[in-house]
Design a protein around this ligand. Structure first.
Ligand SMILES: [Zn+2]
Length: 175
C-alpha cells in the first residue's frame, strides 16, 4: 500500500488527538509530525491572518498550505502573491523543463448545500444574483444548494466566501 494513502486512511480513522505515539511505527510517526506541523502552521496563521484574507491581493485562501509565512513569523501572504514577489533575476537562473508533472492537484471541500442555501437566504440575496457575483450560472448555484454538487475545489469554496465578504459577511469557515 502506498504510504501516503495509508497515512490518509489513518487520519480518517483516528481520533483527532493522539495521546500516545508509537515511535516505532514510521507511518504513525509521519502522521504525528504532519499533524504537529499543521497545528503550528494554523496557530501562526490564526494570529497573522485570522480571516484568511491575503493582505496583498485581498483574496480569501482557506487552505493553510496556500500561505507563505516569513522567517520572523510576522507576515503571511498567499502563495500567488509570494510567487509574484520573486525577483526576475532569481527566475533567470532557472530553466524550464518542457513537461507538466501534475495534471490536477486540488484539495476538494465537501459542500453543505443546506448551509449555503440558508446563509444566502439570510443575507437576502437571490440565487441568480449570488451566481452572477460568483461568476457562474444560476444552474450551478442551484446544484450547490440542492445537494447535487458534493464537493468543490478550493477556488470555488473561496469564491463563495468572497461573495459573502463582498456583501459584508463572513462565516465560521474563516475565523
Ligand atoms: Zn495574495
Amino acid at each position: 500500500m502506498n504510504i501516503f494513502r495509508e497515512v490518509e486512511l489513518r487520519a480518517a480513522s483516528k481520533p483527532k488527538k493522539i495521546s500516545k505515539v508509537d515511535w516505532g511505527d514510521p507511518v504513525e510517526v509521519a502522521f504525528h509530525l504532519r499533524e504537529m506541523r499543521h497545528k503550528e502552521r494554523t496557530t501562526i496563521l490564526d494570529e497573522l491572518v485570522p480571516r484568511r484574507i491575503c493582505p496583498s491581493c485581498e483574496r480569501i485562501r482557506i487552505n493553510s498550505s496556500s500561505w507563505v509565512v516569513n522567517k520572523e513569523k510576522t507576515e503571511a501572504i498567499c502563495k500567488s502573491c509570494y510567487r509574484r514577489r520573486i525577483p526576475d533575476k532569481d527566475l533567470d537562473k532557472t530553466s524550464k523543463l518542457d513537461c507538466k508533472l501534475f495534471v490536477e492537484m486540488k484539495i476538494r471541500y465537501r459542500v453543505s448545500a443546506i448551509e449555503i442555501s440558508r446563509a444566502r437566504a439570510k443575507i437576502n440575496i437571490s440565487v441568480n444574483e449570488f451566481a452572477r457575483q460568483a461568476g457562474w450560472s444560476a444552474a450551478y448555484q442551484y446544484k450547490l444548494e440542492d445537494g447535487s454538487v458534493l464537493t468543490v475545489t478550493s477556488e470555488v469554496a473561496e469564491t463563495i466566501l468572497e461573495v459573502f465578504l463582498r456583501l459584508g459577511f463572513y462565516t465560521k469557515d474563516v475565523l
